[in-house]
Design a protein around this ligand. Structure first.
Ligand code: TYM
Length: 337
């Protein structure tokens, strides 16, 4: 750097993933893969969103295991803890505190409109708790605590990101400049990977086993699931989400994993059948996941290293979070500590 040149401050990124079991290929393509790609250009904070997870009842031992496994998978997907801050949301108490404050700046009507609340309360009718209802407020706080500029997520999180922006703007409108208003960052392809069985619905680990690929699926399982994937009877390979959702989904997965251009990819299948398409998507999926799975097995054996990563991560995240929390509390009018 030249002597008088000030370093350019990197923009900041925050994102999270819930430890609700092994992530799917949808989580990987829509989120985790981008996190790695953004690691050099931005100052990144990535968290295992474990506070969100108890909106649905969890078995304690399994929950703990899933949380560690998720951290292991983030490391295995290539994230470098020297570059990115990796942490458990529950280790940074400011998340829960900011969520309370922001609850008082959010309207019932806004939460009532959230489609994910409607879906999840239909699915867990015996446990429609208040946490499930105010979940987007906790998520807004996650982002605003770090003054994040950018939030890489899949399309299913768009509505939550919009409400986060609304809350930030509302608070800023009352108190002046408290929060950075964040932007969403979505992949061009793969921001919504669809179910293999019902390709008009998103791929989700809470659906039937054959409808999603898990990032820890063995090659045999991956082969079987794609073989059973729903296509159609049109017998041609086109990217047409409306009329050929199943085929288009498989094409999108290939494009996302190979960075290939869609037009070129479709052209390469001219005269070929669905069997060829399924073979191709199987191959790239296995190729992508194999090194992640190998690294996952290795890193999960190194508990000491993982502890170091999440402890250091929480320390760094906690420092940034506290600054924002104090700033906001002062603006509201709380007596300083
Ligand atoms: P979660 O754990 O459901 O999903 C993690 C990430 O994976 C993306 N995703 C998908 N992308 C493409 N296709 C799919 N089929 C698919 N399924 C899931 C999600 O969009 C998400 O980016 N509320 C969040 C976690 C969270 C968070 C945050 C995210 C908590 N606080 C702050 C960003 C910022 C969630 O439940 O994601």
């Amino acid at each position: 750097m030249e002597p008088n040149q000030t370093p350019v401050k990197k923009q900041r990124i925050l994102s999270g993933i819930q430890p609700t079991g092994t992530p799917t290929l949808g989580n990987y393509i829509g989120a985790m893969r981008n996190w790695k790609l953004l690691e050099d250009e931005y100052e990144c904070l990535y968290m295992v969103a474990d506070l969100h997870t108890i909106t649905v009842r969890q078995e304690p031992a399994k929950f703990r295991q899933n949380a560690m496994q998720m951290l292991g998978l983030l490391l295995a997907s290539g994230l470098d803890p020297k570059k990115s801050t990796l942490f458990f949301q529950s280790h940074v108490h400011q998340h829960a505190e900011l969520a309370w404050l922001l609850n008082c700046y959010t309207y019932m009507g806004e939460m009532n409109r959230m489609t994910q609340f409607k879906d999840k309360s239909a699915k867990h009718a015996d446990n429609i708790n208040c946490g499930l209802f105010t979940y987007p407020v906790l998520m807004a706080g996650d982002i605003l605590l770090y003054q994040a500029n950018l939030v890489p997520v899949g399309k299913d999180q768009m509505q939550h990101l919009e409400i986060c922006r609304d809350i930030a703007q509302r608070v800023n409108g009352v108190y002046g400049n408290v929060f950075t208003v964040p932007e969403g960052y979505y992949s061009k392809v793969g921001a919504r990977v669809m179910s293999l069985q019902e390709p008009t619905r998103k791929m989700s680990k809470s659906e039937a086993e054959d409808s999603f690929i898990s990032v820890l699926d063995t090659p045999d399982v991956i082969r079987r699931k794609y073989r059973r994937a729903v296509t159609d009877s049109e017998a041609c390979i086109r990217f047409d989400v409306e009329n050929q959702p199943g085929v288009s989904n498989l094409l999108s997965i290939i494009c996302a994993l190979t960075s290939e251009d869609m037009e070129k990819l479709v052209a390469s299948f001219e005269g070929k059948g669905y069997g060829d398409l399924k073979a191709a998507v199987t191959d790239v999926t296995i190729e992508t996941l194999a090194p992640i799975q190998a690294e996952f097995t290795r890193v999960m054996k190194d508990k000491k290293y993982m502890e170091e990563v999440y402890r250091e991560g929480a320390q760094r995240a906690g420092y940034l979070a506290e600054r924002t929390l104090q700033k906001f509390m002062k603006k509201i009018g709380y007596v300083a500590k």
